[in-house]
Ligand binder design. Sequence first.
Ligand code: PBG
Length: 314
Amino acid sequence: MLLRVGTRRSPLAMTQTNFVIGSIQALHPHIEFEICPISTVADRDRVSEFHQFGMIGVFTTEHEEQLLRKDVDFVVHSLKDLPTILRDGLVLASVPKREDPRDVLCGSALEDLPEGARVGTGSLRRRAQILSLRPDVTVVPIRGNIGPRLAKIEGDDALDAVILAHAGLERLGLGSKSSAFLDPVAFPYAVGQGALGIEARGEDTELVEILRSIECRKTRAEVDAEREMMHALGAGCSLPVGAVCNWQDERLSLQAQITSLDGHERVVATQDEPGEQAKELGLAVAETLKIRGGEKILQTSYREFCSHFKMLQS
Ligand SMILES: NCc1[nH]cc(CCC(=O)O)c1CC(=O)O
């Protein structure tokens, strides 16, 4: 059997894809793979900030079209970039074991950041959360692959720190740059962060079965809860919503936080349920966030980033 695998071309995407192929091959040595990399809108356009500002699916739309055209058999995504709603006919077939999902500050620990420090991130969630912990910092929008982002803490005009996902650094062999982990209770990570998502056509039941052989049941429960919460909030991947989800002793606990873009307001909800009720847990936490005023914060942030986007275009 030959399987064609869709992926982005970035070093991180290629590493992740090779990892998935290696994991499947270890269990199914007779299967062969052909990697079919493409550049997405977000890779071709390195100038706009639009995808950082809530536009959904910029990393994944073209992959879904490839799947529906049957140009590829499955696609390996960073799960946090995959929208909670997939195109008709496509499924999240498998979620392998998650890396450490925490964010890290590269360049300086939080407590060592000087007053008024310049901190780089393109993510609205990270912007809001760092401002809520350290109102004195200036957030500098940055984007691009992990290597170039990391380079912003070196050389002339260097930033004091950049915020990145530990998982991305670890997979690229740059785990030693993860010097200062951000405590996820104070600085919750993005929904799905640190996990991979393998997307395929639902009708290919035999293939879905093969892909499922590398799934991690605990990770799947965690990300199902997180994604259901995100879906119920109607929020895209880069809105200021953070999560901490843990599976322990057959129970799943989910803490979620919505933070206003200026960091001044935040709403938190925490709940736990038996592990098999991941989706119910996600829905319940979303409801609590809404009741506590989270929806209003999201609407305001949405308006703010739409006007920011218009400003960038004009
Ligand atoms: N949006 C970019 C992106 N997508 C996945 C990762 C890191 C790896 C992961 O979270 O699985 C990153 C980079 C980052 O946020 O630092």
